[in-house]
Ligand binder design. Sequence first.
Ligand code: 6PG
Length: 239
Amino acid sequence: MIQVYPDLESLSRAAAARLVRQAEQAVAARGRFGVALSGGRTPRRTYELLGQAPWKDQGPWDRTFIFWGDERCVPLNDVRSNARLARELWLDRVPIPRSQVHPMECGAAPAAAAVRYEALLREFFGGGPPRLDLVLLGLGEDGHTASLFPGTPVLQEQQRWVAQVYVAEQEFHRVTLTAPILNQAATVVFLVAGKSKARVLREVLHGAYDPGRLPAQLIRPEAGELHWLVDAAAAAELK
Ligand code: 6PG
């Protein structure tokens, strides 16, 4: 389902409200809420809103478990760290127990970090279905999502839930959740804003299926919902 908002502010308000609503529903149904966050600039305002009234006082934060969809292998206090962004703007401002916040700490050994993060997820699911309640994702101008970049081997992954990726242009390693685990989620929500995303959004949604070039097309929840929250600028080329 595609929902178009006039601008990033209204999109962010809708995303924050949705996250809190889904958290409440998940806690009511299963006693906890497991969410994987995205990095990048687009969710910045959403996280900021979640760290402010009224949302910061509404979420069932003591029952919320935070994971990340991907991380850049930089120190956790680096400005490029996805975990740092969400922590500063939101997570440090609400009463989520630290033990329930799980950044991908990849340091100098991304392969080992991927193995560790998968083990952490397996422990969280405890042998039950590996179903995150909510996964937030972004869309790159080249069609990537999380750290699933065009033409990279991780796009073929069928087994592992977490993998390391090296993207030469960016000169650092990344750790990412893979399509097999992302597609088990109960709900996946893409946040896409800005006119620089208009062409790729059209291609991902209306173009031929070509996930090697447009990895975001790999995201098709098997038994869950897929929502695209987009602003008018990004939606400009949609039919
Ligand atoms: C990251 C991401 C990545 C991001 C897209 C969109 O760590 O970079 O998680 O997949 O969501 O690149 O980024 P923007 O929101 O900055 O356009």
